[in-house]
Write a protein of this length. Structure first.
Length: 189
């Protein structure tokens, strides 16, 4: 997270500016934009793109962060006061936005071919769907930043991200180099 805007979001939350149920959705979303970007492009490449992400997935991640099943120090003070209706409204708001094009480089053909073999063996397409754009409660991976994808997959692999046992078990079957290659290919889709 970029220190300036991320720190601003945390200061807003700690000063009592966390979104409340009475705030219009745009006000709640403005706090999110401090880190996730005003145009859908995060200020730090390790922060996920949420514009155009699947609505069900956004909701579940917010819910998991609020319950503590998904640990995130920056998000914890933001989600603590959100009610279910707030989380659902935010999920719908961001899902309706267009997915930003980061113009990330496409993977070399050899990397893409190796990725296809790994994705097939892991049955990644069964959840993340055609083109790795996800659906419903499954996240879009195509076009996320390399840095976010790599961190997330390595966190699942190590167990640091513990809100999906299936992903933890699956990613333990791949080497760190395999995961880096997956992140490169997915970022360029």
């Amino acid at each position: 997270m970029g220190r300036g805007k991320g720190t601003l979001a945390l200061l807003l939350v700690s000063a009592g500016a966390a979104p409340s149920f009475a705030d219009p959705i745009e006000d709640k979303a403005a706090i999110c934009s401090a880190c996730h970007g005003e145009n859908g492009i995060p200020n730090d490449k390790a922060i996920p793109i949420i514009w155009g992400q699947n609505e069900g997935y956004i909701y579940i991640e917010l819910r998991d962060m609020k319950k503590g099943a998904r640990k995130n120090d920056q998000m914890a003070p933001i989600v603590e006061n959100l009610e279910r209706d707030d989380m659902m409204a935010l999920a719908a708001y961001f899902a309706a936005k267009p997915w930003p094009n980061l113009d990330q480089p496409r993977a070399a053909p050899a990397d893409a071919n190796h990725f296809a073999v790994m994705a097939n063996s892991g049955q990644c397409g069964a959840c993340h769907q055609s083109g790795f754009k996800g659906a419903g409660t499954q996240p879009r991976l195509a076009g996320q930043t390399y840095e976010y994808l790599l961190k997330t997959m390595l966190d699942f692999r190590s167990g640091a991200r513990a809100n999906n046992d299936w992903m933890t078990s699956l990613l333990k079957t791949f080497s760190e180099d395999d995961i880096k290659q997956m992140a490169r290919v997915l970022a360029g889709l």
